[in-house]
Ligand binder design. Sequence first.
Ligand code: HGY
Ligand code: MN
Ligand code: MN
Length: 444
Amino acid sequence: VEAEQTADPPVADGRAGLPPAAATAAARVLRRCDEVAGCTESPGRVCRRYGTAALTAAMDLIAGWMRDAGLETRRDAIGNLIGRSPGGNPDAPAFALGSHLDSVPDGGRYDGALGVLVAIEAVAGMTAGGAALPFRLEVVAFADEEGARFHTTYLGSRAYAGRFDPALLDRTDADGASLASACADFGGHPDRLVASCSPLPVLGYLEVHIEQGPALEALGAPLGIVTAIAGQTRAAVGFRGEAGHAGTVAMALRRDALAAAAEAVLSAERLAQETPALLATVGRIDVLPGASNVVPGAARITLDVRSPNDAVRKDAVRSLRGACVDAGERRNVGVDWEVVQDDPATAMDAGLSGGLAASLAAVGLPVHRLPSGAGHDAVVMAEICPVAMLFVRCAGGISHHPDEAVAAGDVAAAVAVVSDFLRSRIGSFNPGVDGGNAPGRVEP
Ligand code: HGY
Ligand code: MN
Ligand code: MN
């Protein structure tokens, strides 16, 4: 983590020196995060997957808050919720802010939702103040970033950015429902999710998100500017063996799919333990038929491989594919390898990040820059426009867990910084020659 010295002495907890309006906004954001957390598939836990009634309820809540903030709301073909600053041509270029509204099962109440709600506060301040910007502002609540239901990530931002792969519409969830049917049931229009749809004229994208790591807490800093997002490969690996009676099939004759998968799981752990700047995770394993007295005939694991260094990640993916095949061959078990996501490490835009740094300094906060190990919709948005991310300190770095927590003072700091960024920095945003998706610059 790089710390830049700024003129003003850093404030320890992000509270001192912030405008009272930011504290009021932060209290509202936290109340709303609690309300959104109540939109869940499992009462008492946060679970809000794509296309579920829980996500619809959360979208409806947030749409009302967007309208209260003076934004014009719409849902797009995948079901993203978009709140646009009023007036002007609906197809004119916009600067987008936001994050995702879906969650992982039994997740936290700030992952995604915090970024949407802070964006609403900051944009509301602009519309209320009648600030004239040379372009529109759009707050986007993406409908699927985690991929918890269909095991493909960034469905929302890929559709918003015109980067959706229509082949994904055939993917099915654990109950056999297709993404196309889930999209239609969710009020979307799967027929419009075609490969050729042109990306929206988006000038830039800013995402506020909890850090989901311990760095800012260790620094005693409320906020940090993201430098880059780690590259990420996700694979689904199937092992095809042969089910048999646990009491009669000799060990030498077994084709045990779970034993092969288990060896692959430990290979992934060992490789990541031995390789600097590499993380590998098997988050899920499914076994069939799943009876204690039956030799497993089939097993399936999810593999998540990440590194800020794309060469390291690609080498690791190659090596782990080999380890899966070897584990299968030693047991006469077939292996099916499917890459379901492959995103490069993504650098944030220097101009937008410079604008954020100027805003941090303007509100008297230290400027810290750090990488993101977690993936974010900014990875997809970076394919069509300059992007920047602002991290908010989270307790213990805990995330994807019900104990996820943020401090009101840090949320107030985020509201103050994004408000300053919109009020004082983005007006000078030069979207590049064609005014379209060329890399832009904010004059710090
Ligand atoms: O998995 C991730 O990095 C993000 O939380 N979707
Ligand atoms: Mn997440
Ligand atoms: Mn997230």
